[in-house]
Design a binder for this molecule. Structure first.
Ligand code: ACO
Length: 448
């Protein structure tokens, strides 16, 4: 199989959202802290009607219908998620409800979990399967689904929720450059979920930011090294048309891109113009540790990187800023944003992706874009996803109502014997929703 990669995308996010500006005021944070400080506009969240299972049912059904894929043609289904509803039964098995109806139970794959990295692990599994000798000629399907919620405090505005589905196969408009991958994996406690009675993570915010940047540096070095071996020349950010990041909040993406530009400067200062060199020169002798702590370096490199950021990163930030951190789906929501904004000009472009999951696991990898063949063309993908329409039909909720919802969800987490609200008015037709959890903790879903 050649040009294996992503044939099609679809995305679902909940219709309820809170404005960061309103949340900021409600929380008593200083004006601009969430919007400029974190760089976020608004945040989607699940009400009692939705969870990671309902969202993934919705997005899988929608992808199959909109691209007219026969459910019998799916041979592997992999889910990435860090939202634990059941410690044994995979989300994948819930999705089998869709396929069993069509007589297809012959589908490999289960769930992958490591914080925000599970979706990338799932994607690699599916791509590797299509490239392998055990491939049976059918499609792979990857689902990234998460509901990101935090306890009251500074991390709360960095939540979000969504599910993304990706159809995998050969001759893809979004093809892997499989040899170009650099990873960094290590044992740290930056963000983890040891309390099995709570949906909330334990998070060391400052450490998680530094871990993210260290993993980025390391992945970029490994990635560049492989590029050099393959192509016989150094890799620079100018070799990528777009750079996509896992996006916990936009400010970290701005800092991360600037960090890559600083890496290019350290690798070969002649990759930058004179003015940029002059700005970065004072930091050329900092040790690694010092460089992660230096606010002056952060500022100078962000300044130098700004025009490149506007061209190569800004078009990827729409959904991460307006839906929030979607954990496993965040990186792929950046991709969805890029296709939404630039579908007609992306052919032949190279896109570099950085996937990060706390704990920690991280990979940088490369994809090549092609026009593709109907229905798997970049412009059809943009049309099917209808990001603009989906954003327009959302409903703003007050911070008070958002917090009330989170309280109810705290009680519901791990609970049994309850039915959910009958009011499904905010859901659009075709959306799956949770109706009941019975006395045996079995979950039941219906479609609007
Ligand atoms: N106007 C403009 N900017 C402001 C204002 C204001 N009024 N007030 C603060 N800021 C800026 C700060 O200067 C800072 O920006 P800077 O780093 O560029 O200086 C930014 O807002 C954040 O403020 P801090 O006080 O530094 O941090 P805070 O206590 O709000 O916590 C954090 C932020 C750590 C990101 C927290 O939200 C968190 O823990 N989130 C979850 C963990 C996370 O997302 N980690 C990332 C990788 S791991 C993952 O994906 C889960």
């Amino acid at each position: 199989a050649k040009n294996v990669g992503i044939l099609a995308f679809d995305i679902y996010f909940p219709p309820s959202y809170v404005q960061q500006e309103a949340l900021e005021a409600h929380d008593g944070a200083s004006k601009g802290k969430y919007t400029i400080g974190l760089g976020q506009d608004s945040m989607a969240f699940c009400t009692e009607l939705e969870d990671v299972i309902s969202m993934s049912l919705t997005v899988v059904k929608s992808l199959l219908e909109k691209y007219e894929i026969d459910p019998k043609q799916i041979g592997r289904l992999e889910v990435g998620s860090e939202t634990v509803i059941d410690k044994s039964k995979s989300i994948k098995t819930f999705l089998m409800q869709i396929f069993e109806k069509y007589g297809n139970s012959d589908i490999e794959g289960v769930d992958s979990t490591n914080a925000c990295y599970g979706g990338t692990a799932a994607l690699f599994n599916c791509v590797n399967w299509v490239e392998s000798s055990s491939w049976d000629g059918r499609y792979g399907l990857v689902v990234c689904t998460d509901s990101a919620v935090y306890a009251e405090g500074p991390a709360r505005p960095t939540g979000g929720a969504a599910a993304i589905a990706m159809l995998i196969g050969p001759d893809a408009p979004i093809a892997f450059e499989s040899k170009l991958r650099g990873s960094h994996m290590s044992h740290v406690y930056d963000f983890y979920k040891p309390n099995l009675a709570s949906e909330y993570p334990v998070v060391d915010g400052k450490l998680s930011q530094t871990c993210y940047l260290m993993a980025l540096d390391s992945c970029y070095k490994n990635f560049s090294h492989k590029y050099e071996k393959l192509h016989g020349k150094q890799f620079f950010i100018s070799d990528a048309d777009y750079v996509l990041f896992h996006s916990p909040y936009n400010k970290l993406v701005q800092k991360s891109f600037a960090r890559l530009v600083f890496n290019d400067y350290l690798k070969n200062s002649s990759s930058l113009d004179e003015a940029a060199k002059e700005k970065l020169e004072p930091f050329s002798t900092l040790s690694g540790d010092e460089s992660y702590q230096s606010r002056d370096l952060e500022k100078a490199s962000q300044q130098v990187a700004k025009p490149l950021y506007d061209a190569k990163v800004q078009p990827t930030t729409l959904l991460p800023k307006t839906v929030g951190n979607m954990y496993t789906a965040s990186l792929y929501a950046a991709f969805v944003s890029l296709i939404h904004n630039k579908h007609s000009t992306l052919a032949n472009n190279r896109v570099i992706l950085f996937s990060y999951g706390s704990g920690l696991t991280a990979t940088m990898f490369s994809l090549r874009l092609h026009d593709g063949q109907h229905p798997f063309t970049l412009s059809n993908i943009a049309k099917v996803m209808d990001v603009g329409g989906k954003l327009k039909s959302r409903h703003e909720v007050t911070p008070e109502k958002f917090i009330e919802t989170l309280k109810l969800m705290e009680e519901r987490y791990g609970a049994k014997d309850f039915v959910t609200s009958k009011d499904t008015s905010l859901l659009s037709p075709g959306t799956f929703y949770l109706t009941e959890v019975d006395s045996m903790y079995r979950r039941f879903y219906a479609t609007k």
